[in-house]
Design a protein around this ligand. Structure first.
Ligand code: ZN
Length: 134
């Protein structure tokens, strides 16, 4: 077992996908785990986490643009804070992801990266990483 680690993220725009793969890899390395599971958890209701392609930046922009078409900012929502679209996008994308750790490395596909998805930035954000060895 290992302690929960925190990764701090500062987003710069309202809608953004931040590649946090290197930060998660470093967190896993700090635990000394060679085999196990790494859970990454987003404790925010207007952001999320996803695994997606990191090679072509158009994938990120297409994903964000399509989510914006699916859930427009102004659509007659009742929530007084005015960010219901961000809450809905957060639920669509999800708040956590679990990765396999093998021989001390994250088992990600060649084109895969871990992205923090900001839907109501810019803000100071954080994610938690917990590694369970085994
Ligand atoms: Zn809100």
């Amino acid at each position: 077992m290992s302690e929960v680690q925190t990764i701090d993220i500062r987003t710069t725009t309202r809608l953004e996908m931040v590649d946090i793969t290197a930060l998660v890899r470093a967190a896993v390395k700090r635990t000394g785990a060679t085999h196990g599971l790494a859970t990454v958890f987003c404790p925010h209701t207007t952001a999320g986490l996803t695994i997606q392609e990191n090679a072509d930046p158009d994938v990120k922009s297409d994903l964000l643009a399509h989510l914006a078409r699916l859930v427009p900012k102004e659509a007659g929502f009742r929530h007084g804070e005015g960010n219901s679209d961000a809450h809905i996008k957060s639920s669509i994308i999800g708040a956590s992801t679990t990765l396999l750790v093998d021989s001390g490395k994250l088992l990600l596909g060649h084109w895969q990266a871990i992205f923090f998805c900001e839907f109501d930035g810019p803000r100071d954000r954080r994610v938690f990483v917990k590694v369970v060895k085994g």
